[in-house]
Design a protein around this ligand. Sequence first.
Ligand SMILES: Nc1ncnc2c1ncn2[C@@H]1O[C@H](COP(=O)(O)OP(=O)(O)OP(=O)(O)O)[C@@H](O)[C@H]1O
Ligand SMILES: [Mg+2]
Length: 294
Amino acid sequence: MHEVSDARDQAAGLRRSLARRPVKVIAVTGGKGGIGKTNVSANLGIALARRGQRVLLLDADLGLANLDVLLGLRATDNLSHVLDGTRTLDEIVVTGPADVAIIPGASGLRRLLTLEPRQHAGLVNAFSELARDVDVLLIDTAAGLGDAVLGFCHAAQRVMVVVCDEPPAITDAYALVKVLSREFGVRNFDLLANMTRTAGEGLRLHQKLVRVADRFLDVQLNYAGAIPFDEQLREAVRRQMAVSTAFPHSTAALAFASLAERVAAWNPPEHPRGHIEFFMERLLGASTSGRKLQ
Ligand SMILES: Nc1ncnc2c1ncn2[C@@H]1O[C@H](COP(=O)(O)OP(=O)(O)OP(=O)(O)O)[C@@H](O)[C@H]1O
Ligand SMILES: [Mg+2]
């Protein structure tokens, strides 16, 4: 019985996906904790939304500094309630600045990777319904190299690696790129330098990583740009606001606006990689290894 209805669900989902244009799925990651992944996800998302893109942010970080808190919002429910069947995906979404839609992940994320196959179809369909009117899905991943992080990066269309010019951040970014390329076959990465202190720092950091990656890995590291260190971003975090809302003319806000301009120009994904169903199937399919989730 289940198999029959699952097959029907999947067929219906597939028909819907064929009728739609693709969604850019970007995982924001970096390996090291505290280098600005959540701030980049939120501020890039808002900047894209201000450019007229419809943005969905998936909070895939189990840490304390969650997206909703960062933006002064309070999410009461999360993906685990959807998996329990007590809420629909629509009901857990919170709306942030510039109408970005945020999906709180929380404890639901761990379970996402250990679902029974028959639970997959329902979730894939729920996501595809929600993503019907979405141009960009941004995923704020946790620090580290846990299963959830690797799973989201593997499933995404693009992987944005946030890094700053400090040895531990560089080492962690490199380790992440290495694991994703060697174990998951991810070949393309978009490097974003954060908290840069000078104009040339981002490019130099990029060159540094390219030199090492070229010697030891088979990857392409694109330069996505730099976000300067900005005290006003810190103040915005304290106020639980996006920096572009609190300080629209700050250097960080302007850098996010120009990053959004470049990201908006990234080619839309090719079918079928760009469909949200494809992303979900890859994500849920990558749930078999025994690594500890982070
Ligand atoms: N461009 C910047 N300029 C100044 N401070 C920054 C910048 N980006 C991030 N920060 C500071 O770094 C802190 C950590 O940022 P954020 O929470 O986004 O990092 P994270 O990588 O998501 O951390 P975690 O790994 O814990 O999820 C912020 O609260 C902010 O104070
Ligand atoms: Mg974070």
